[in-house]
Design a binder for this molecule. Structure first.
Ligand code: NDP
Ligand code: 2IT
Length: 445
């Protein structure tokens, strides 16, 4: 039995060498859980910690495909089937050159707790490839997706493992992946989520992560009698999550002053309005261009190779990627008056940044709670597919809002610390209990 977090982490690091994001994600959870585990020794006695950090299955495979010049290219494909205690493995696919096993294990691990919080019956998984969709033609992306699914199809299924999108995987990629699954398996099932509306998708799934993040921020702000009305909001990223978070902030009366991509950030002190957002959506989703073009079009500042966190704001919504806010940036945000950080991305704040949020007692909504809206509507898409019906936009959106409210309630229940709520601890404990108890019920699995 481990006597300290550090002792446990030494074993984790030795067993998973070099996988620093995975270590980071585990340490955060174990630190949150430690006191709770001392009070509830049955989890330690049953080796739940040792089991919960070990993926049930890891698949790694070759993905050969042919580019438009007729040359063969080879990428690496992965699926980490992390935990199926409460439902089929569920989680996105990421296509990005930085993808490696450690990153997907961190994302799969986070997904287990996140999915537990959603109230829906979904286990956790994550997959993807080091394939870079940037600069590739539609045909190249299609051939890559077909090759990727040719191997993945034998491991997934609507009751086994249901992938979806993440960075670099949106509607276009899900379409190509679904088409290939159907050809190979000769079945039309809900094996992927994030499908288009004509062929089994759910209304509000494209918007769900960004909307859900803002719904969560709304709940968090309400605990201090605050709302988004009139607030200045800094958002990072300019992809699926950032775009729809921006849309919802505008709808709720806030002013979004920044967006970014991997080359830099734009700062628009007048705020991104609906028309400007429409331009961004076309730029990013159709032309697949760079956010820099926004600065030129609207004559605003472009901060090359810089993240948006030096912008003065009340609320920050990191919606790009992991470890995109360091301790210095967290301090800058707070010095500039920011009092609420709600994470649309997965693990966007470095541990040092989180320490600063907590020391300053600002409102901090961690990704596994705040960005759970995406996978929640994926769960609703699975339900609609199984029932072979489609819910209306209003029905799905109402369910999404209720789920985000419920997640907030779970975080408060387990994270209350006097007047203050430590949402990170609350999310980790609440997410853990449901999965750990289910594992105990199911024996030594
Ligand atoms: P997209 O691919 O649509 O957009 C990603 C955005 O983040 C782009 O603007 C991209 O810029 C930027 N970005 C990606 N990697 C980096 C990097 N290394 N450094 C700087 N900027 C980067 O992805 P999503 O919007 O779907 O995902 C954003 C985040 O939200 C991720 O952390 C994802 O895991 C998380 N998430 C997504 C969900 C979903 O349903 N899609 C659900 C829950 C969480 P560029 O174009 O230059 O690469
Ligand atoms: O990180 C995430 O929760 C996602 N990328 C969405 C997963 C899903 O299955 O919808």
């Amino acid at each position: 039995m481990y006597r300290s977090v550090n002792e446990f982490m030494d074993t984790v690091v030795a067993r998973n060498p070099g996988e620093k994001e995975f270590h980071q994600a585990i340490r955060e959870v174990i630190e949150s859980l430690w006191d709770f585990l001392q009070e509830h020794p049955r989890y330690m006695h049953s080796k739940i910690l040792e089991r919960i950090v070990e993926p049930e299955r890891v698949l790694m495979f070759r993905v050969p495909w042919t580019n438009d010049r007729g040359e063969v290219e080879v990428n690496r494909g992965f699926r980490v089937e992390f935990n199926s205690a409460i439902g089929p493995y569920k989680g996105g696919l990421r296509f990005h050159p930085s993808v490696n096993l450690g990153i997907l294990k961190f994302l799969g691990f986070e997904q287990v707790f996140k999915n537990s919080l959603t109230t829906l019956p979904m286990g956790g998984g994550k997959g993807g490839s080091d394939f870079d969709p940037k600069g590739k033609s539609d045909n190249e992306v299609m051939r890559f997706c077909q090759s990727f699914m040719t191997e993945l199809q034998r491991h997934i299924g609507p009751d086994t493992d249901v992938p979806a999108g993440d960075i670099g995987v949106g509607g276009r990629e899900i379409g190509f992946l679904f088409g290939q699954y159907k050809r190979l398996r000769n079945e039309f099932t809900g094996v992927l989520t994030g499908k288009a509306l004509n062929w089994g998708g759910s209304l509000v799934r494209p918007e769900a992560t960004g909307y859900g993040t803002v719904y969560f921020a709304k709940e968090v702000l309400a605990t201090r009698d605050e709302s988004l009305e009139g607030k200045t909001v800094a958002i990072s990223g300019s992809g699926n999550v950032a775009q729809h978070a921006t849309e919802k902030v505008i709808e709720l009366g806030g002013k979004v002053v920044t967006l970014s991509d991997s080359n830099g950030s734009i700062y628009d002190p007048d705020g991104i309005d609906t028309e400007k957002l429409e331009y961004i959506m076309h730029l990013k989703n159709v032309e697949r261009g760079r956010i820099k073009e926004y600065a030129a079009k609207y004559d605003v500042e472009y901060w090359e190779n810089e993240r948006p966190w030096k912008a003065k704001c009340d609320v920050a919504l990191p919606c790009a990627t992991q470890n995109e806010i360091n301790a210095d940036e967290a301090q800058t945000l707070i010095d500039n008056g920011c009092f609420c950080v709600t994470e649309g991305a997965n693990m966007p704040s470095e541990p040092g940044a989180i320490d600063i949020y907590l020391e300053n007692k600002i409102l901090y909504g961690p990704g596994k709670a705040a960005n759970a809206g995406g996978v929640s509507v994926s769960g609703l898409e699975m339900s609609q597919n199984s029932m072979r019906i489609n819910w209306t936009r209003e029905e799905v959106d109402t369910r999404l809002q209720n789920i985000m409210r419920d997640i907030h309630g779970q975080c408060v229940k387990y994270g209350e610390d006097g007047e203050f709520v430590n949402y990170m601890r609350g999310a980790n404990i609440a997410g853990f209990i449901k999965v750990a108890d289910s594992m105990l019920d199911q024996g030594v699995v």
